[in-house]
Design a protein around this ligand. Structure first.
Ligand SMILES: NC(=O)c1ccc[n+]([C@@H]2O[C@H](COP(=O)([O-])OP(=O)(O)OC[C@H]3O[C@@H](n4cnc5c(N)ncnc54)[C@H](OP(=O)(O)O)[C@@H]3O)[C@@H](O)[C@H]2O)c1
Length: 268
C-alpha cells in the first residue's frame, strides 16, 4: 500500500482521495489531506484520513505527493515543500492546469520525478477521463500514477505537448457533451415532453450511446448504421443536423478550446 499526500483538498483532491480508498489503492490512514482551513476537513478526519495544514510535515512520509491546488497557489507551495522532499523516492503529481513538468522541477529540483495529470469534473463520481504525462518519470512511476487515477475513471498516457489538447477534449469536453444533452432535451420539449421528462430521456439516451461504445468497443458509425434505415426518420434527422453544421461545430469548438488552453498555459 502506498502513502499518498494530497496538497489542496478541494473538489478534485477529495474526489481522488475517496476513489483511492474505495478501490483499496490506499487506506484512509495512509492518505494525508492538507488545506489551510483544516477545520473544513473534519468529516474526512472522522473517516480516518490524516488531515493537516502543514504541507512541509505532510510531504515527509509520502510515496506519492499530489498537488491539487489552484495555479496561483502552486509556486508558494512548491517553494514551501522543496526542502522537505525526498527526490530519490517520491513521485510528484500535479493536476494544476497550465504548469509544465519543467515548471515543477524548477522549484522541486531537477532530479524530482514529476507527472502531470488532467482529470475532469466527473472525477467526483469516479468517472473521470484523466490524461497523464511526464518528461522524466520511469515506466514504473507512470504505471503507479496510472493505477492511481484508474481508481476514479479511465486513464490515457499522452505526450506532455498534448496536454492542452487533452484539456480541450476531456476537461472542457464535459461542458460540450452536457450542452449536447441540454439541446436534445430542448428538442424533446418542442416535440411534446415536459422538461423534466425530456431531460431524463436525453440524459439516459446519451449514457446509453456512450455505454454502447464502451461495452462493445464499436465505432460510432457502426452503431449509427444500426439505427438508420433507408428513407427513415433517424437518417433524416442526422442529415438535417449535419446540414446545419453539427459535426463541424463540435470540431471547430474543440480546436478553439485547445488554442485558448494553449494560450492560457503560455500566459500562466
Ligand atoms: N475543473 C476541472 O475540470 C479541472 C480539470 C483538471 C485540473 N483542474 C485543476 O485542478 C486544480 C484544483 O481544482 P479544484 O476544483 O479541486 O480546486 P478547489 O476546490 O479550489 O481546491 C483547491 C484547494 O486547495 C487548498 N489550498 C489552497 N492553498 C493551499 C495551500 N497553501 N496549502 C494546502 N492547500 C491549499 C484550498 O483550501 P484552503 O483554502 O482551505 O487552503 C482548496 O481546498 C486546479 O489547479 C485546476 O486548474 C481542474
Amino acid at each position: 500500500m502506498k502513502k499518498v499526500t494530497i496538497i489542496g483538498s478541494g473538489n478534485i483532491g477529495l474526489s481522488l482521495a475517496k476513489g483511492l480508498v474505495k478501490s483499496q489503492f490506499a487506506s484512509a490512514s495512509d492518505i494525508t489531506l492538507t488545506r489551510r482551513n483544516v477545520n473544513a476537513l473534519a468529516e474526512e478526519a472522522s473517516q480516518g484520513f490524516k488531515v493537516s495544514n502543514d504541507n512541509k510535515q505532510a510531504v515527509k512520509d509520502a510515496d506519492i505527493v499530489v498537488f491539487a491546488i489552484l495555479p496561483q497557489q502552486l509556486k508558494k507551495v512548491l517553494v514551501e515543500v522543496a526542502s522537505e522532499i525526498d527526490r530519490d523516492r517520491q513521485i510528484f503529481v500535479s493536476i494544476v492546469s497550465g504548469v509544465s513538468c519543467a515548471d515543477l522541477r524548477a522549484e522541486l529540483g531537477s532530479d524530482a520525478t514529476v507527472i502531470r495529470a488532467m482529470p475532469n469534473t466527473a472525477i467526483a463520481i469516479a468517472q473521470s477521463m484523466t490524461c497523464i504525462a511526464s518528461d522524466n518519470a520511469s515506466d514504473e512511476s507512470l504505471h503507479q500514477v496510472e493505477k492511481m487515477f484508474e481508481t476514479v475513471g479511465s486513464v490515457v498516457v499522452i505526450n506532455e505537448d498534448l496536454m492542452t489538447s487533452a484539456t480541450a477534449l476531456c476537461a472542457c469536453g464535459i461542458a460540450f457533451f452536457l450542452r449536447a444533452i441540454r439541446a436534445a432535451s430542448q428538442g424533446g420539449v418542442e416535440i411534446g415532453f415536459h422538461a423534466h421528462d425530456a431531460l431524463k430521456m436525453a440524459v439516459q439516451t446519451a449514457k446509453g450511446a456512450a455505454d454502447l461504445l464502451l461495452h462493445t468497443n464499436a465505432h460510432p458509425e457502426g452503431e449509427i448504421d444500426k439505427v438508420t434505415s433507408p428513407k427513415g426518420c433517424t437518417i433524416a434527422g442526422l442529415n438535417e443536423m449535419e446540414h446545419n453544421g453539427f459535426s463541424s461545430a463540435f470540431i471547430k469548438g474543440i480546436k478553439l478550446s485547445a488554442d485558448k488552453a494553449g494560450g492560457l498555459y503560455h500566459e500562466g
